[in-house]
Design a protein around this ligand. Structure first.
Ligand SMILES: CC(C)(COP(=O)(O)OP(=O)(O)OC[C@H]1O[C@@H](n2cnc3c(N)ncnc32)[C@H](O)[C@@H]1OP(=O)(O)O)[C@@H](O)C(=O)NCCC(=O)NCCS
Length: 235
């Protein structure tokens, strides 16, 4: 049951820029504590000791503020950052290397027995406060924006935002294929310095905006006089 705990701790070190040591994970990270409670509760649940599983899960909730039903299937290296208010339902399935921030719900919308909670494939990142409701799949490497409400399946590698969540961006190289975790879903592969990361993110944003302005200028070219077009260029 505890064989993978070291790998879990290492995954925290990789994914939290504020972290300084492995001991800090063991002592101060409610997401890690919740996972330990879940491993025990899930073991009891799978043996048919449902009340014991629920009780261990309840202790985990009291101790961490994170509620994971003992029947939920959780993959390797789940990273729950901050944690408070996270709820993971009975039939939810979570793949490997998934990241959840505080206030995330993997919930259901029906009272029927059977699969009613979402499945998150490997490498999914779910922003703080996001609600993912229903028995559908969020594809590999997808990202869910903070405070979004997701009500239908999400394809692999896309970012969805809003209420109800819609696709905001789609990347050529899906996040699941990236070798470096993007803290907070920010794209700065291979850049370790947070300041350099922020600058790189801004440069990428400027590049995207330049492309969009160029497209808009092309669409409006017929309506603009030559001097106006000159002042509207990106150069
Ligand atoms: C969604 C997210 C991952 C960014 O993904 P991205 O693919 O880089 O998306 P962009 O920043 O290019 O934004 C794409 C569009 O979605 C919008 N958007 C981004 N995040 C959004 C959100 N949470 N809610 C609503 N709209 C959002 C942007 O304004 C932008 O809109 P525009 O195209 O009209 O300008 C990021 O915004 C996010 O929410 N990360 C979670 C971070 C978090 O929870 N941190 C908690 C730390 S304690």
């Amino acid at each position: 049951m505890f064989r993978d705990l070291r790998a879990e701790i290492d995954s925290y070190v990789e994914r939290d820029p504020a972290l300084r040591s492995r001991l800090e994970v063991a002592l101060c990270y409610p997401g890690f504590h919740a996972l330990v409670f879940h491993r025990m509760g899930n073991a009891a649940w799978r043996r048919g000791w449902h009340l014991l599983g629920r009780f261990i899960s309840h202790l985990g909730r009291v101790f961490t503020g994170i509620e994971i039903h003992p029947g939920a299937r959780i993959g390797k290296r789940l990273f729950i950052d901050h944690g408070m208010g996270v709820v993971i339902g009975e039939t939810a399935e979570v793949g490997d290397d998934v990241t959840l921030y505080q206030g995330v719900t993997l919930g259901g919308t029906s009272l029927e027995k059977g699969k009613r909670h979402p499945t998150l494939e490997d490498g999914v990142i779910v922003g703080s406060g996001a609600q993912i409701l229903g028995p559908f799949t969020v594809g590999k490497g997808a990202r869910v924006g903070a405070n979004s409400v997701v009500l239908q399946a999400v394809p692999p590698g896309v970012t969805v935002v809003g209420i109800p969540a819609q696709i905001a961006s789609r990347r050529d190289g899906s996040a699941s294929r990236r070798s470096v975790f993007e803290a907070y879903g920010m794209p700065c592969e291979g850049v370790e310095d947070p300041l350099a990361c922020a600058i790189e993110t801004l440069l990428k944003r400027v590049e995207t905006l330049n492309e969009r302005v160029a497209v808009l200028e092309g669409e409006r070219a017929d309506f603009l006089s030559p001097p106006e077009r000159r002042t509207g260029t990106n150069d």
